[in-house]
Design a protein around this ligand. Sequence first.
Ligand code: SF4
Length: 743
Amino acid sequence: MLASPGTAVDSHCPYCALQCGMSLTRPRADATAAPEVQPRDFPTNRGGLCQKGWTSAAVLGVSDRLVTPLVRGESGELEPVSWDVALDLVASRLAGLAAEHGPESVAVFGGGGLTNEKAYALGKFARTVLRTPNIDYNGRFCMASAAAGMNRSFGVDRGLPFPLADLGGAQAVLLLGSNLAETMPPAVQHLAGARAAGGLVVVDPRRSATARLTGDASSGQPAEGVHLAPVPGTDLAVLLGLLHVVLAEGLADRDYLEQRTTGFDDVARSVAGWWPERVESVSGVPADELRRVARLLAAAAPVHGGAGAYVLTGRGVEQSTQGTATVTASINLALALGLPGRVGSGYGAITGQGNGQGGREHGQKADQLPGYRKIDDPAAREHVAAVWGVDPETLPGPGLPAVQLLRSLGTPTGPRAMLVHGSNLVVSAPNANRVIDRLKSLDLLVVCDFVPSETALLADVVLPVTQWAEEEGTMTSLEGRVIRRRAVVAPPGEARSELWILAELARRLGASEDLAFPTDPAVVFDELARASAGGPADYSGLSHARLDADEASGGPGLFWPVPAVPAHASDVSDTQVTGVTRTSDTPEHPGTPRLFADRFATPDGRARMVAVDHVGPSDEVRPGAPFYLVTGRVLQHYQSGAQTHRVAELERLVAEPYVELHPVLGFRIGVTDGARVRLTSSRGQVEATARWTDAVRPDTVFMPFHWSGIGSVNQVTTDATDPISGMPEFKVCAVDVSVAPTE
Ligand code: SF4
C-alpha cells in the first residue's frame, strides 16, 4: 500500500551502486504524481546527492513512458495490445521454438539494475520454466573481472568487503580506473583522510575530475596526492612495478604474508623483472613516480605504523582482456602490504550499476545459482533444486557469457529468441553494430522496459514495466549492504512488475502449480533467502520485515552474509567467511560489515596470491588506427542514457556526445576545437564534437558512452573478452581520428 500524500518514505536513488539514501514524498492525492526527492543521511552519501539523484523523480513521468504492451504488427510498427494478447503471443512463440529447436533456443538477458527479487525470479524462470542454460546479464560488462579476481584470491566476491565509510580514516588510497568524482560524487567525501595526508593516488590515462582531486603542482598548494597517467591498457604493468618496488625495498608485511596467504614466492618471482625503468618504458609512468607511490602506500600500511591504506579498482582497469589479471595484481599488492581483513585497510572494487552487487548473487549469471553458488557444484544444484521443488537433474548447466551469447544469437546453433530485462544492448554492448545485427536476426525479441529504448525499438514485443519508486524490493549496495526500495507512487497505465510478467508467462508455458512464481516481492525475497542459505552470499537471516525493522530503529541496512540463526544457541558457529561469532544472547545474526578479519573464504582460510603478467590490450595501435580510444561517463548521464536523456535538466547540461583530444593532436591532424570529428575502428565509425583539452594524452582520445546512433561509441569498441571473466575490453581500442566529412 502506498504511503499517504505528505508522508516521507525512506528509499534510495535508482541509479548507481552508491544507492544514496533519499526521502520520497508524494505531494498530492494523485497516486501517479512524481514524488519530491530529498537526500537523507545514509552512510554512503551522508546527505549528499548528485544531479542525477536530485532529478530522479522526473524519470517516472517521462512523456514517452510505456503504458501498454506493444506488438509489432503487419505494418511493421509496434502497436498497442492487451496484456493477454501480448503474453499469449510470447508464450506460444517461445513454446513453439523450444519444441522445434530445443530449450536452449531461448535466451534471457538480465540487468544489474534489477532488484534482488527480480534477478532471482529471472534466473529461476530461465532454468525451471524455459530450462535454458542461456541466461546472462549486463553485469558481465560491469563487474565480471572484479568478481573473478576476488573469487579466485579471497574465495568470495563482495565489491567492498568493508563499509565505504572506513575509507575516511585511510592515510592512502590507490584508485585505479575509477572516476568517482563524476560517477558517484557523494563518495568523494570518503577520500578526505587520504587527501589530507597527501595520499590519494589516481591511476587514469586521463586527468579526470577524480584525478584532479590529487591537486595541481603548478598551483602552489600542497598536493593531495599523485596522478599517474599510463598509456591506455598498461595499468597491469604499473601494478607489477609497484609490487616490485615494495618487495625490492623490503616494504612488504612479511608476517602477514606468512600467516595469511599462499603463493607469495611465485608472485615475487613474477614481478622481479618489472623494475621501475622497464615499467616506465611500457607505461610511460616515470620510474621515480612509481617508487614514490609504492613508498607512500607502504608508509600508510599498518605494518609500518600508518593509519591504513586501500587499493581500489574500477571499470577503467577491469574492462580489459587482462581485467582479471589486473584485479589479481591489485589484490597481490594489497596482500603484500598486509591490507585485506585489517580494519581501516583493504582491497575493493567500486561497483557501478545500482544493483551491480546483488545482481550477480541471485542466479541471473550464466554460471551461478542463487546465494552466489556455482551452477556446476552438485551440492549447490541439490540445495537450490530442493527450494524450487524440481529435480536437480533437470537444471541446465552453465550457459554462455554475455558477449559469446550475443554473438551466437540467430546463428544455426544459437538462440532464436531472447527476453531482455533491464538492458539497452543496442547502446551498451561492445561492438554494437554486430549486436544490432544479431538482435535483428532473431525470430523473436521481447524487451521489458519502461521507455522505448533503442533495444525496445527493435523488438517484436515490448512489455511496459514498473520502475524504482513504483515498486517494493531490495537492492545490495557496492558494500554488500542489503537495503529496501519502497513504492511511493502507482505505476502509470498498464505498466506491471517483471515479477508479475514472469508469473504469467510461467503459467502460460505450463509450469506446474508446485513451481511457484509469487508476485509479492516480500514473498520472493523469503524464497531467495532460503535458496541463498549456506552460500557465500547468505541472505537467509533477512526478510523485508527485518530490514524494515532495522531501518525503523535507525539501522542503515545489513551486510551479507546474514545467516539464519539456528534453533539452538549451541548450534551457532562462526560463519565461514567472516569469523563473526554470535553469542546465545544475540537474537539474530548481526550481518557482516567487514569480511576476512580472521580468515579468507578459501578452504585453508588463506588468501591466494596468483602470479600474473602484462600482455597488453587486444587491439594495439598501428598504422591505420594509430590512437588509443578510452571511454567513460559524464556526471549527468547514466549508462545508455535511456533514463537521463529524458530528464530535461540533465539533457540541458550535456545534450551531445563529444570527443576529448589534446590540442597537440588536434593541430597535428587538423581537428579544431568544436569541429566535427570522426573515430574509425575496424568495427565501425562514430562522430561527435571535438573538445580540445590537455586532460588527455596526445596519443589518446576520450569519448563518453551514453549516446546512440552516430554518437554511439560502442560501435567502435572491441568485443574481445577477458579469458577468465568474459568481460569485454570496453576501455581501450585502437582508432583513427579525422575530421568528419561534411554532408
Ligand atoms: Fe547517489 Fe549514484 Fe544516485 Fe548520484 S547516481 S545520487 S551518486 S546513487
